[in-house]
Design a protein around this ligand. Structure first.
Ligand code: ARG
Length: 366
């Protein structure tokens, strides 16, 4: 039989994945060789193969385990995978996404979930896509005076939503609509049902004025624009969530100059001397802002982890992986927390930033 080099390639990637997956799942040699035969026949006949639900679920977990930028990987084996490979319309995708948001949010006791939509092999011309960076995120609007309302990181996606006909209220915390496409170029947008969006107003345990800043953030980060690759198969829509590490919000989303840029405001209510760098007003404001984030999520019963605990959990992950005879790859600049980095072991260590499959990849944004 005539096998193209593309098929040869896919067969090779499939075989590497299936061997590792089946070994980790404790499958027999017979199960393995039977499965490899079926996959080979499928690839030769149709040019691609389909994962069993079990392979998909374990492959997704492996992709998390291989995510070099993620400090939360200790919990890779606790991922629940929703198989939505049967979805053929945007409406069906939206339904699956609502279920994902509800199950993962779980009233604040957040559970890691991933929903997997059809692979690009099934709809090669127009594979499913979620155009949002995260399922839940705040809009950003540039005003005529050049100032921005809301999240500056969302400005270009917000314009896209408005071109599609969505209208935001123009507050700093407008929840963006979900934008989907599948089977064609047409992008459909959906308002996210309000009852699905859990948010936290931020307050500080001992600075009453903090509440007056009107800060808030959403409970669950659902990254929704990455490509999941398992055994050579590409899933272009596979949104996933964990829970927040406090610094993502307190030391980046609300603090970065090109995000909500709140350090000057926090310093003002704290009465700090902002005229001199050496007063360390930025550092003081950062610490209190981060304390407020952790305090508020905790007070509302929403899962969150501080960066010290997360680093300790990562150390346990590194130990587990050593014991399982797997190498831990990582990207230092992402693993190291943006607050008090040198207080964690990560700062004092090196990580090899090597790409291992299964893996998540960035993909084109439009
Ligand atoms: N850093 C992103 C944010 O602040 C979220 C990325 C995923 N984070 C997570 N804890 N799973 O929104």
């Amino acid at each position: 039989m005539n096998v193209t080099s593309i098929q040869q390639d896919l067969l090779e990637q499939a075989s590497v994945f299936i061997r590792q997956c089946y070994a980790e799942l404790g499958k027999s040699e017979q199960d393995l060789s039977e499965r490899l035969e079926v996959i080979e026949a499928e690839i030769v006949l149709r040019g691609h193969y389909e994962h069993t639900p079990e392979e998909l679920a374990h492959g997704a977990k492996m992709a998390w385990r291989n995510s070099n930028r993620c400090i939360g990987r200790l919990f890779w084996d606790n991922l629940s995978v929703i198989d939505a490979r049967h979805a053929v319309t945007a409406d069906e995708m939206a339904e699956a996404i609502w279920r994902h948001i509800g199950s993962a949010t779980n009233g604040g006791k957040i559970r890691p979930f991933m929903t997997v939509f059809p692979a690009s092999t099934v709809l090669p011309a127009h594979p499913p896509r979620i155009w949002n960076h995260q399922l839940i995120r705040y809009a950003g609007y540039v005003l005529d005076d050049g100032n921005t309302i809301g999240d500056p990181a969302s400005v270009s996606f917000t314009s896209l939503c408005r071109e599609l006909g969505w209208q935001g209220a123009g507050t700093p915390h407008d929840i963006l609509p979900l934008v989907l496409s599948i089977g064609s170029n047409e992008k459909k947008w959906y308002d996210i049902p309000k009852e699905l969006v859990l948010e936290v107003p931020l307050s500080h345990p001992d600075i009453p004025a903090f509440e007056e800043l009107g800060l808030r953030w959403y409970a669950v980060p659902f990254v929704s624009d990455m490509l999941l690759e398992i055994g050579g198969i590409h899933y272009t829509a596979a949104p996933f969530n964990g829970w927040y590490m406090g610094t993502e919000i307190g030391a980046r989303n609300l603090a970065d100059k090109d995000r909500y840029n709140m350090l000057p405001e926090v310093a003002r209510i704290m009465g700090l001397d902002t005229s001199s760098n050496a007063s360390l007003w930025k550092d003081k404001a950062l610490v209190e802002l981060n304390l407020a984030v952790l305090h508020s999520y905790k007070a509302h019963g929403i899962t969150i982890v501080d960066h010290h605990t997360a680093a300790q959990q990562f150390m346990r992950f590194e130990r587990n992986e050593r014991e399982s005879h797997r190498e831990v790859t990582g990207r230092w600049s992402w693993l190291v927390p943006p607050l008090s980095p040198a207080t964690t072991h990560i700062f004092h260590q090196r990580y090899e930033d090597r790409i291992v499959s299964p893996q998540f990849f960035y993909q084109n944004k439009s």
